[in-house]
Design a protein around this ligand. Structure first.
Ligand code: FAD
Ligand code: NAD
Length: 466
């Protein structure tokens, strides 16, 4: 008998070792399940796109770029004290060490929880079975029959036919994060999360950056008011913005764009394409397992994340924002649902954060969305200019906005543009989840001097409703 011919029995199988997959494995193990996790890249790839080519390396680049821009030192990631000082090789070494350390932390947690990690690519071959292939030759390394399975195979960048990735000039976000040299002229196609985060970081490192966005404005999915303070910083950094523009090709160091008023040529030694991500569901064998195969589109799970009695799907392969914290929240629900608990993924708010400068964070409803749903919502805005702490940080462009449902006497949304908005939003998410009233927030003692006081002040200014 050769390896892989034997069919092994698995209690709970997880496919994919990203934030969704490894959290599902840990949670299922804590519920007493015997868990096997199959990850294409093996133990070194645990942490998925988020750890290896997404959240963590992009935040490392953003951090180091801000340090370098301000002339501060962050030696382990390659920022020197001289203004503009940045050592790209050192950044890559520091980044790789940081990722390896965090991936081994995930591997350690899984080992401690008794989760078995199998290296290879899993493909469903029947309703209760996967085959696992590994290595350059795609050798069959295991066949696993599972009682329950959680699919968490994540996503990959969308490729534009006019700008195929070549790994040298036209790069996806992973390619951009692997650059050791800062391009002189950089075009970023897509003015969404990645376009803004990486565009700002490279501008701070000295690149001449242009952002090309197909729609009428940057970050078209987020409330418009959040954009204003950001546009000021983009102008300061000399970032050129082309909206209502489609990139149609790259040649001779120029990106060609089509706009309503004709064609434009944008200088670009390198082009980063960041126009969204595609779920990794093709080639997963969904049809062979008798599951609906959405032909490359998102799967459609039930509220408890099941797509069949014994199979759940989570993370970037199901609807909702493609975010690590959404994947981990779904992971817990899926592990519990498949372990016999009655649960549903039904958050009142999923925080959205753009690690731009200033940072943008948004949770819950905007006043316009609430009004569309028939709620006579009130919005209360506190500008950063009203904050003593913001003044000490010389960061007075931005605001904190609360959206309140006066009938329910509850906070239903919060939208922030401010330094550390990514940290500040957590308080608002808790308030929304707990259906806190403005008074609850106003009477909560906030530390002084902090930006968080703006929440209490906005809540205090909310007109009395009863
Ligand atoms: P993934 O992290 O994609 O993991 C899926 C795993 O499954 C991979 O390791 C893959 O190798 C494996 N796999 C795939 N197919 C198979 C198979 N058939 N068999 C075995 N293994 C398989 N989100 C945030 O919340 N905050 C951020 O700041 C943030 N920044 C980002 C920055 C960038 C540049 C990018 C690209 C993304 C960012 N994201 C961020 C999004 C975040 O990375 C994803 O939402 C998150 O990784 C999704 O987790 P997941 O578990 O669904 O999938
Ligand atoms: P995105 O959806 O955030 O933005 C893509 C942008 O590209 C949109 O504004 C869209 O209008 C534009 N676009 C689409 N086609 C275009 C074209 N042909 N030419 C020009 N513009 C075009 O996608 P992204 O920036 O690639 O990021 C992918 C996902 O990764 C995000 O949606 C998010 O879920 C996740 N992410 C999250 C964070 C974070 O949480 N801070 C950071 C990075 C990525």
């Amino acid at each position: 008998m050769v390896v892989g011919e034997l069919i092994e029995e698995v209690d709970l199988l997880v496919v994919g070792g990203g934030p969704g997959g490894y959290t599902a494995a840990l949670h299922a193990a804590a519920l007493g399940r015997r868990v096997t996790l199959v990850e294409e890249g093996g133990p070194a790839a645990l942490g998925g796109a988020c750890l290896h080519v997404g959240c963590i390396p992009s935040k490392a680049l953003i951090e180091v770029a801000s340090h370098a821009w301000r002339g501060h030192e962050l030696a382990e990631l390659g920022a020197a004290k001289t203004a503009g000082g940045f050592d790209g090789d050192r950044f890559q070494v520091g980044k790789a060490a940081l990722i390896a350390r965090l991936a081994s932390g995930v591997a350690g947690q899984l080992a401690n929880a008794g989760v078995r990690v199998v290296e290879g690519r899993a493909t469903l071959t029947a309703a209760d079975r996967v085959s696992v292939h590994s290595g350059a030759d795609g050798a069959l390394v295991a066949q696993l029959r599972f009682r329950d399975a959680i699919l968490a195979t994540g996503s990959r960048p969308i490729e534009l036919p006019a700008l195929p990735y070549d790994g040298v000039t036209v790069l996806d976000s992973a390619g951009a994060l692997a650059l050791a040299d800062v391009p002189e002229a950089l075009a970023v196609v897509g003015g969404g999360y990645i376009g803004l985060e990486l565009g700002i970081a490279f501008a701070k490192l000295g690149a001449r950056v242009s952002i090309v966005e197909a729609r009428e404005r940057l970050l078209p999915e987020l409330p418009k008011a959040l954009l204003r303070p950001l546009l000021k910083r983009l102008a300061e950094l000399g970032v050129a913005i082309h909206v209502n523009a489609l990139a149609v090709g790259h040649a001779d160091g120029r990106l060609r764009c089509e706009q309503a008023d004709g064609a434009a040529l944008v200088d670009a030694d390198k082009v980063i394409v960041a126009v969204g991500r595609r779920p990794n569901v093709d080639g997963l064998g969904l049809g062979d397992a008798g599951l609906a195969d959405p032909a490359g589109a998102l799967l459609a799970p039930a509220p408890d994340r099941r797509i069949a009695e014994h199979v759940a799907a989570i993370g970037d392969i199901v609807p909702g924002p493609a975010l690590a914290h959404k994947a981990t929240a779904e992971a817990r629900v899926a592990a519990e649902a498949l372990s016999g608990r009655r649960v549903a993924f039904d958050p009142a708010a999923i925080p959205l954060v753009v690690f731009s400068d200033p940072e943008i964070a948004s949770a819950g409803q905007t006043a316009a969305q609430a009004r569309d749903a028939g709620v006579d919502a009130i919005e209360v805005v506190m500008p950063l200019a009203a904050s003593g702490r913001a003044a000490t940080m010389a960061a007075t462009h931005g605001f904190v906005q609360l959206v309140v449902d006066p009938q329910a006497d509850a906070i239903i949304g919060a939208h922030i543009v401010a330094p550390h908005a990514s940290e500040l939003i957590a308080e608002a998410v808790l308030a929304i989840e707990l259906r806190a009233s403005p008074e609850d927030l106003a009477l909560t003692i906030h530390p002084h001097p902090t930006l968080s006081e703006l929440f209490a002040e906005a809540a205090e200014r909310t007109p009395a409703t009863s």
